[in-house]
Design a protein around this ligand. Structure first.
Ligand code: BGC
Length: 408
């Protein structure tokens, strides 16, 4: 690749999230929804990649791939199985995951809320519950006290996603699925994070982030705290520039304004959205699409880094970027092009401090189940055997070359 100047200390990593890989997250709202009949979910998460029991080998694999960081999430439904009742066993488990990262020389980047919540919280309305911010801050406080080695704290994953993708998620739910989901939750569907109401996100969600940041800083003033955001590259056909600008102001700006008070923001970009004069926004026409139906567009992440840097001063970590599909050759090319785009954005002044590929493992892709594969490591769900894909080696080569150039 062209020589790109990644700063010394730039984090090269891979990411996962608890519910998508651990397996057996039976006390979560998501598990209840997966087992509702009829379900919104294509299939239940079940044992997932059994990461809860296999984390040591998986963490060792991240290190073996020549990466320097591992982003994962801790599960609120395990740590606080009933309101106010904290599980030392669950906290000890996550302490062992962090220790394992440290033993392997990996920087642990920890997300406290990655979509799933305890069932008791869902019954109270999830993010819409009156005291959600206080409850979330209390959980973060307990976790950060117990988990000393965390190097970066991501409070809430993609806080803006339920606003950005509301129309999409709601259109997928049939009245029968919605009714079954609400019976399973014992609450309105908006209690589940992905279906949360916009006012709950902008009110309780942003306030929970701020209160969690205060709680975390009280114990660990040295720990960088941020949230992660789903940000698409936003482009417009001629005549649709206002629509694109409105999307930016509604879906991203309020969150980036809040993030500007943090030590970093996690940028998570998969593709681009084209606004059209007729009002609809979607994949650009006539372009190749991925298994998820998104435009195959590795350039999107670099463009998003540039756009964020053009308006906000907050340092960025690319906490997710990835390619869904079975064509691993394309995935390797996608990673190369994406990383080059990030490198070029940095060369032009964007303050980006890390790149985490999503995902380390083929895993549970929420409503879609296991068919959508993002991993650089394949998982055989019968034997749980891991097989490193060539794309993992492509990422390793890029990381190695970038580190060598930074050191030399
Ligand atoms: C989420 C991940 C998800 C990925 C791919 C992000 O929205 O943080 O949990 O698997 O995108 O859809």
């Amino acid at each position: 690749m062209t020589r790109l100047e990644f700063p010394r200390g730039f984090l090269w990593g891979a990411a996962t999230a608890a519910h998508q890989v651990e397996g057996g997250n039976a006390n979560s709202d998501c598990w209840a929804l997966e087992h509702a009949r009829p379900s919104l979910f294509a299939e239940p998460s079940g044992d997932a990649a059994d990461h809860y029991h296999r984390f040591e080998a998986d963490v060792a694999l991240v290190a073996e791939l020549g990466l320097g960081a591992y982003r994962f999430s801790i599960e609120w439904a395990r740590i606080e199985p009933e309101s106010g009742c904290f599980s030392q066993g669950a906290l000890d488990h996550y302490r062992r995951v962090i220790d394992s990262c440290l033993v392997h020389g990996l920087t642990p980047v920890v997300t406290f809320h990655h979509f799933t919540q305890p069932r008791w919280l869902a019954r109270m309305g999830g993010m819409g519950a009156v005291d959600f911010p206080e409850r979330f801050a209390r959980y973060c406080d307990r976790a950060v006290r117990a988990l000393e080695g965390i190097a970066f704290a991501c409070t809430i994953n993609e806080l803006n996603l339920p606003v950005l993708a509301a129309r999409y998620f709601h259109a997928r739910a049939t009245p029968e699925q919605r009714a079954a989901a609400e019976r399973a939750l014992g609450a309105r569907l908006s209690a589940f994070f992905l279906f949360a109401d916009e006012d709950a996100i902008l009110g309780n969600g942003l306030s929970a982030h701020a209160q969690a940041r205060t709680a975390i800083r009280a114990t660990r003033p040295d720990l960088p705290v941020g949230m992660t955001l789903a940000i698409s590259e936003e482009t417009a056909e001629p005549g649709a520039e206002d629509i694109r600008n409105e999307r930016r102001e509604r879906y991203y700006a309020p969150f980036l304004d809040a993030a500007a008070r943090d030590e970093f923001v996690g940028v998570q970009t998969y593709s681009r959205v084209m606004s059209r004069p007729a009002g609809e926004a979607g994949p650009a026409s006539g372009r190749p699409v991925t298994m998820m139906g998104w435009e195959d567009r590795p350039e999107a992440i670099g463009e998003v880094c540039r756009w964020v840097a053009s308006r906000w001063r907050v340092p960025m970590l690319v906490t997710e970027n990835g390619y869904p599909g079975d064509d691993d050759t394309r995935r390797a090319d996608f990673i190369k092009a994406a990383v080059e785009g990030v490198g070029a954005a940095i060369a032009d002044g964007a303050d980006v401090r890390g790149y985490f590929y999503w995902s380390l493992l083929d895993n549970f892709e929420w409503l879609f189940g296991y068919r959508q594969r993002f991993g650089i490591v394949e998982v055989d769900r019968t034997t749980q055997q891991r097989t490193t894909k060539p794309s993992a080696r492509a990422l390793q080569t890029l990381a190695r070359a970038a580190r060598r150039d930074a050191d030399g």
